[in-house]
Design a protein around this ligand. Structure first.
Ligand SMILES: *Cc1c(COP(=O)(O)O)cnc(C)c1O
Ligand code: SF4
Length: 458
């Protein structure tokens, strides 16, 4: 791939099987490549020529943030696991290797925050696989062909889908499911296409999902969102791919049908906006009338620095995009490797926020997408000489929870809401009882559903 992905045009991915074919990795020792192959048995690995040539600064690897973002690192696994895998890769014990890798994956909390247990709708005894409906206004849709990405992020909270933990995968086969569901749910204003990355689908395939939404009688559906990292990982999707023009035309058609298009762009680092192709791709999306809103998690070794976020948000606004969310990295996968304590996350957020004008302050964070909802760490306050975290529910499984402020004991090491203790010795946070009741109700519905299926033989 010496001549630049954009010139040569065609997309080419490299996966765990092609590690030796990646020219830039030839500089690594044979041992280091072996370790990479071992880690890639457990964590997803996929890069493409554009990421390798235009985003990673190889003179700084392995510390380079984009290298850390896309290349799995040996330290992401426990020493014992890593050396066992390395031995198995070396000895070629394929079945044993797979079994060991699977066991490690299952120990890494592959499915956090009740995504399937609580979010996948069950109606009339039928589970709507491929949909998630957690917050009243917004339905997430996981089109079957969009369950991969142009490259994988090492910190991805959806990593379990990419390593073939099949029972955890959600994928809708048909657009009718979505239309039907929306017809029955007039409270829904937003559909968010997600994945993986829905823009790995060819535009003609994407049309099979979008066009039925436009043809159906869904006056309450006002916003169609596409969650994507293609603007960062594969700008050719909007520029030179054979169906790039058709994608932008589709965005126009959605707007002509009276709906707003939001591209929810995942940018982890300002480097992703530096190549001319990246800025040109963003400009083309804006020219289509779609609004680009930007979000990413805060991740150690990738972007745990206020200067990086200030640069990121400033650049986004300069290019006409809107900073939207800064997330706390979820409690899944190699979280120990990436985690940033909440107290530090707040310092980074505020350190960046304070440098910027109001135009950049559309961003909200740091926010945890936790089981009850999106929980914002809003600040630290002092009451009678003691510090507390001020938390705010930005989005709630129960809409009544939205906007609630609540306090937790200050803990400099806590990195997720599950590690926080409610202030003043309260036994639980305000939502705990209701959430537990919701989970019990769901468990009963699930049992009923299974009972109704012939597959569960006595
Ligand atoms: C974040 C999120 C949404 C969208 O929330 P907005 O605040 O409207 O952007 C929808 N569903 C789930 C499950 C989410 O995590
Ligand atoms: S682009 Fe999104 S879905 Fe794909 S690997 Fe990265 S975080 Fe995960």
């Amino acid at each position: 791939m010496p001549d630049g992905a954009l010139k040569s045009g065609a997309y080419r991915a490299f996966t765990a099987r092609d590690i030796d074919a990646i020219p830039q990795l030839a500089a690594l020792s044979a041992d280091a490549r072996l370790r990479l192959r071992a880690v890639a048995q457990v964590l997803p690995f996929r890069v493409n020529a554009y990421v390798l040539e235009h985003l990673i600064d190889w003179s700084r690897a392995p510390d380079d943030p984009i290298y850390q973002l896309t290349i799995p690192q040996p330290e992401m696994l426990a020493d014992a696991d890593l050396s066992a895998l390395v031995d198995l890769v070396r000895s070629g014990g394929e079945a044993e290797l797979q079994a060991r890798a699977r066991a490690i994956q299952l120990a890494m909390n592959p499915h956090p925050a009740g995504q399937i247990d609580l979010n996948v709708p069950i109606e009339a005894g039928v589970e709507r696989r491929g949909l998630q409906h957690k917050y009243r206004q917004t339905v997430l849709f996981f089109p079957a062909q969009g369950q991969t990405c142009h490259a994988y992020c090492t910190y991805c909270f959806r990593w379990a889908q990419f390593v073939g933990l099949d029972d955890l995968k959600f994928a809708a086969r048909e657009a009718e499911t979505l239309v039907e569901y929306l017809e029955q749910h007039p409270e829904v204003t937003d559909v968010l296409f997600t994945g993986g990355d829905p823009l790995v689908m060819r535009t003609s395939v994407l049309r099979r999902y979008v066009e039925p939404l436009l043809r159906a009688d869904l006056p309450h559906l006002a916003h169609i969102r596409f969650g994507t990292k293609a603007l960062a990982y594969w700008p050719a999707r909007f520029l030179t791919d054979p169906d790039a023009d058709d994608l932008l035309r589709l965005f126009g058609e959605i707007q002509a049908a009276g709906k707003h298009v939001a591209v929810m762009a995942h940018y982890s680092h300002p480097r992703e906006l530096a190549p001319p192709a990246a800025a040109a791709a963003l400009q083309r999306v804006r020219d289509s009338g779609a609004v680009v809103r930007c979000q990413a998690p805060l991740v150690r070794r990738v972007n745990d620095d206020p200067a990086v976020w200030a640069d990121l948000w400033r650049t986004q606004v300069r290019l006409g995009a809107v900073p939207y969310y800064m997330f706390i990295e979820r409690d899944t996968g190699p979280k120990e490797y990436f985690k940033v304590p909440l107290a530090r996350a707040l310092q980074i957020y505020q350190g960046a926020y304070r440098q910027l004008s109001g135009l950049c302050r559309s961003v909200r964070g740091p926010s945890m997408s936790a089981t009850p909802g999106k929980i914002l760490v809003d600040g630290v306050t002092e009451i009678e000489g003691k510090p507390y975290f001020v938390l705010r529910m930005l989005q709630g499984r129960n809409p009544e929870w939205v906007g609630r402020i609540f306090l937790a004991e200050y803990d400099p090491d806590a990195a997720w809401v599950s590690e926080l203790r409610p202030a003043f010795g309260a036994p639980d946070f305000f939502y705990a009882d209701e959430l537990a009741e919701l989970s019990r109700r769901r468990a009963r519905v699930r049992l009923d559903m299974l009972g109704a299926t012939p597959a569960t033989e006595a």
